[in-house]
Design a protein. Structure first.
Length: 116
């Protein structure tokens, strides 16, 4: 019996440690994305974007790689989790191009635009 419980205990411990590591990096999810939960968004180059959720909070969304259509996209689509959240398992669609999300963290928002 103990031999069976030990591997299960180690697996549970590893899962808890992995979850704590994700939280230590500040990873989170954006709620209500599937039900109009996005107020605003701004591209941050080709590999990231800032998203403002319905609660007024800004998030920085890092993509797994370059998303060439992101910078000039007029609209975005979101592939949310089954719970309707945007997290590291989600994707965005910029002008029809699917771009996989790598991480979502809270942010102070995009930097102010430079005056020209």
């Amino acid at each position: 019996m103990i031999r069976k419980l030990l591997p299960l205990s180690l697996c549970a411990l590893a899962a808890c440690t992995a979850g704590a590591a994700g939280n230590a990096r500040g990873e989170t999810s954006i709620p209500f994305v599937a039900s109009n939960g996005i107020i605003d968004w701004r591209a941050d180059g080709e590999e990231a974007l800032f998203i403002r959720g319905v609660g007024g909070h800004w998030y920085h969304v890092l993509l797994m790689g370059p998303c060439p259509t992101l910078r000039n996209a007029r609209t975005l689509g979101f592939e949310a989790s089954p719970l309707g959240e945007l997290d590291h398992h989600s994707a965005i669609f910029a002008e029809g191009v699917r771009c996989q999300v790598s991480s979502v963290t809270r942010s102070g928002g995009p930097p102010p635009k430079r005056k020209q």
